[in-house]
Design a protein around this ligand. Sequence first.
Ligand code: NDP
Ligand code: MG
Length: 397
Amino acid sequence: MQTLTILGSTGSIGVSTLDVMARHPDKFSVFALAGHSQVDKLAEQCHQFQSRYAVVADEQRAQALRPLLGSLKTEILFGEQALIDVATASEVTGVMCAIVGAAGLPSALAAAQSGKTIYLANKETLVVSGSLFMETARQHGAKVLPIDSEHNAIFQVLPQNYSGSLKKHGINAIILTASGGSFLHTDLADLPHITPAQAVKHPNWSMGQKISVDSSTMMNKGLELIEAHWLFNCPPEQLEVVIHPQSIIHSMVRYADGSVLAQMGLPDMRTPIAYCLGLPERIDSGVGALDFSKIAALTFQEPDFARYPCLKLAYDAMYAGGSAPCVLNAANEVAVAAFLRGQIRFTDIARVVEHSLAKHVSGSLNSIDDLLALDKQIRAEAEQFSGSLKSLQNTKL
Ligand code: NDP
Ligand code: MG
């Protein structure tokens, strides 16, 4: 029996995780559920899973949650330290890290320091602190299992005894597939007028707002390149991206003998979640069978940097290394939030990220405190630049 903490339980990945767990009550029990603002949803989850702890953002939400729990014995906690406490408690065997953004970093790192099995959905952790996080996990014997569908696919088709050396295992490249998002065929001239409502609608996947916007700019694939670089110790030049609009092949590994191994399935995050939760067994995820008679074609094309400047910026940050990915991520989080608020245009997201990267001199950062300080500084600068873009637009109008 595994005892799990779900960080980000009220989000898209959190809900899919609980759906898989509910199918196997003999295998999994819930220790803690952590949401942030959605108190009603969290209360429902606590009732269903009889969670020992529930974590919310602040005291006000903790007070709002109390009456919703009725006679449940669930203890309510709030704030950032509470996320760390429920991720590191001795009863916990595994932690689903499914908070969105760099906000998920301290708790994921704490879980690594405690040697937990980490189900890692929060890709921003690896983008911001890849070296530190992987080294911490190694030192403390924490297993890091990739939930992100591409990385999960790669994990499934790598040799079982993969040691972190592509060369040793006769691997020439890791190929990430990308859907291309909602605007693969949109006229480039129309991109500045994309609305938040259009950008959060993904053609194949149902996901949270931030990652849906990231998919449409392909920043998501950029973040995933950096994620793959750290997870699989893959040199940047051996990472490839190909657009595959049907999202059936979730990623591939190219071997030296000419073989390419791919993992396929319907686009539903319960498959990678079930794969990681069930290891070493394959368990039911609730995902339907892939029916090849219904798939007209599997197609592939090169990504175009004119359409997806964020992907180019992420490549640049990955090659620059050091603190550049942390800058890329912080600026992107600010820009996506500003776009969702209607403050900047869709095409301004790349401008904000480019501006932050251009201003920053990349260096090496060795501690979580250094990384969080840089993250904070870049956010402040990116907010200011986003504000100036808004006033520029207003002047033009
Ligand atoms: P959602 O926006 O759906 O959910 C985010 C979760 O994090 C919610 O539970 C939210 O709580 C909580 N949260 C938000 N801000 C904070 C904060 N500051 N502190 C603590 N908790 C917070 O996101 P997704 O589930 O889509 O994504 C989660 C992570 O998984 C992301 O890193 C994403 O890149 C990654 N991922 C997601 C995939 C998907 O299919 N959705 C696929 C691959 C990776 P509340 O809602 O209660 O406010
Ligand atoms: Mg992905």
